[in-house]
Write a protein that binds this ligand. Structure first.
Ligand SMILES: N[C@@H](CCC(=O)N[C@@H](CS)C(=O)NCC(=O)O)C(=O)O
Length: 223
């Protein structure tokens, strides 16, 4: 059985969990907080980052959410997530990396640092200026999602793809940390509600990070 080293507010672990669930791949969860520096974890991944996926009986370790998702895309036929023509697959990869990199850098990471790491590890108050800037940038990203959903059925085209899961994974962590304001973003909000109502999303929405309760409505697929 695969074992996923993760923590509840790691957006990249969420992306992997959504992809594994959509593809019907079973796994056990092992909570790992990178800042605690577990020795076994650093042996598996010297960069000290989650997610890490390990198959002990075959001595296989997979690191990096995109490498993990591509591995299962290549080895499991069910529910293709990087699909369509070569041009279509390039668009899926472009948007996946946009959310993994830009959204994470602009929105998720500053929120995680200010509201999670400072609270749990550094014991410092959050910087309201950094939080305001992250929320401003979140609006810009949501505006882009509004535009995408106005022009196509799913983020990267006619079919649901890894781009939708990568984006929803980032947004779900930002939402947990109170960084998402949907006002003025009806299209993006409608798309996110659909993502939230998928069976693959349910376990993520009911999971809590110790010491940080989510806001009201976070786990409700209709809100
Ligand atoms: N590109 C990597 C990024 C992984 C990453 O940045 N993980 C964060 C958690 S969300 C981490 O473990 N950071 C180390 C730390 O916070 O000390 C992926 O897609 O898996």
């Amino acid at each position: 059985m695969w074992q996923l080293y993760f923590f509840p507010l790691c957006p990249f672990s969420r992306k992997v969990r959504l992809a594994l669930s959509e593809k019907g791949v079973g796994y056990d969860l092992k909570r790992e907080y990178p800042w605690d520096g577990g020795e076994r974890f650093y042996q598996l991944n010297p960069s000290g980052r989650t997610p890490v996926l390990r198959l002990e009986e075959k001595n296989v370790t997979l690191v990096d959410s995109q490498a993990i998702c591509e591995y299962f895309e290549e080895t499991v036929d069910k529910s293709p997530l990087i699909l369509g023509t070569a041009v279509g697959r390039a668009e899926i990869r472009r948007l996946t990396s946009l959310f993994d990199e830009s959204f994470f850098f602009d929105v998720t990471h500053p929120l995680m640092h200010e509201k999670m790491k400072k609270r749990l590890v550094l014991k410092q108050p959050p910087d309201s200026k950094v939080l305001r800037n992250a929320m401003r940038l979140a609006h810009e990203h949501l505006e882009y999602i509004d535009w995408l959903i106005n022009t196509r059925r799913w983020l990267a085209g006619a079919q649901m793809s890894l781009a939708d899961f990568a984006a929803a994974a980032q947004i779900s962590v930002a939402d947990y940390l109170g960084g998402i304001d949907w006002s003025g973003h009806d299209e993006a909000h409608g798309w996110y509600r659909v993502m939230k109502s998928r069976p693959s999303f349910r376990p993520l929405l009911t999971e809590k990070m110790e010491g940080i309760p989510p806001p009201a409505g976070y786990s409700d697929p209709n809100s």
